[in-house]
Design a protein around this ligand. Structure first.
Ligand SMILES: [Zn+2]
Length: 353
């Protein structure tokens, strides 16, 4: 199935903005963040209803070799109404929050989501089937619990039933739905501070196999290993998309390959803050997918030799300092905008397939 061409993002020092354009910028445009055109305001809307309404009531969709029926909800009269996949962006906000579509921020949360406990009142935990991998590498049937918005629970169960039935027996080692963070859970490469809330805080986003499917920055920078059994497969993406969910791997900047989201991409718009997250040696050490990604690049250039663990330890600090020294940057051991831009530019070519 062809990828939906949405989520092209523009970055400025003060804001990150997701646009509707289907075009993915050239790599150089993505990486040289300071060269990107300025922008203001926040886009709203993503895919039009017509773009998302390929599936019709009763239709069957094929994923790989398995045939699956798309999930529908029945209204009180017993007749079929449209699937959640066919909801417009506006209808999705009504469904989840009972409000008109808008960008919610940490200072302006939807009613009923002001606190973690209030948000949990809108959630339910469902058990979904999945495969796990034993110590000898064999897949075996199991299940995992996931907490999501009540309105999405049946659809989420259906999604994971379909994933479970895939011929590849897709294994799931980490699964996160609802996740609360009072400062907003949105994060990613280059994001220092944000004010908008993540769809995870509303139970409308799911992260799958987050170690093996991490963030990266821009096309050509995907460092994931397609041979890893936990790598998000095309079939998995197709199932989510058939249910109207968006894949974070389609975001042109801050590509988030573990992430699936039911609400529009505008909820991943970032504003009010430097997009460059600063890391340095701290106690306890900081860990993130960005650090993991950074280590891989420093390792590729010969600066880092301590193993890719995503933790900013002494070895990482040493590598950052050596890289800064060699490239005429101030030797601080702390990552910043110039550091990221140089490192990503230098390693971009190496990972260009
Ligand atoms: Zn996520």
């Amino acid at each position: 199935m062809k990828r939906n061409g949405f989520g092209t993002a523009l970055v400025t020092a003060g804001s990150i903005l997701l646009l509707l354009s289907g075009a993915v910028p050239a790599r150089a445009d993505i990486i040289s963040v300071s060269d990107l055109p300025g922008s203001s305001g926040i886009t709203t809307g993503i895919l039009s209803a017509s773009e998302k309404s390929e599936t019709k009531a009763g239709a069957e969709t094929t994923y790989g070799t398995g045939k699956k029926t798309v999930c529908y909800t029945a209204d009180t009269s017993g007749s079929q109404k449209k699937s959640l996949a066919d909801y417009t962006d506006e209808e999705r906000y009504k469904l989840l929050f009972g409000t008109d579509k808008k960008l919610f921020t940490v200072d302006d949360k939807p009613a009923g989501f002001e606190t973690k406990s209030a948000a949990l009142g809108n959630m339910t935990t469902v058990k979904v089937p999945c495969y796990l991998i034993d110590s000898r590498g064999a897949k075996y049937p199991s299940s995992r619990n996931i907490t999501v918005h009540k309105a999405l629970a049946e659809d989420v169960k259906q999604i994971f039933d379909e994933i479970y039935a895939l011929p590849e027996k897709f294994p799931i080692n980490t699964l996160v739905g609802f996740r609360w963070n009072s400062r907003g859970e949105v994060s990613g490469p280059f994001l220092e501070t944000v004010t908008c809330m993540s769809a995870h805080a509303y139970g409308a986003a799911i992260d799958i196999n987050m170690i093996e499917n991490d963030y990266y920055v821009g096309a050509g920078n995907d460092l994931r290993d397609p041979k890893n059994p936990y790598y998000i497969t095309e079939n998995v993406r197709d199932i989510f998309e058939a249910h109207g969910w968006h894949w974070g791997g389609d975001y042109a900047i801050c590509t988030d390959t573990m992430h699936f989201q039911y609400t529009g991409l505008d909820m991943l718009s970032y504003n009010n803050g430097s997009p460059f997250k600063k890391y340095e040696l701290t106690s306890p050490q900081q860990s993130s997918t960005l650090i993991r990604n950074m280590q891989r690049r420093l390792e590729k250039l010969g600066y880092y030799k301590n193993g890719i663990d995503g933790s900013f330890g002494k070895g990482t600090e040493k590598a950052v300092k050596a890289f800064q020294k060699d490239h005429g940057l101030k030797v601080t051991g702390r990552t910043g905008k110039k550091f990221y831009t140089l490192l990503w530019n230098l390693t971009n070519e190496m990972y260009d397939k």
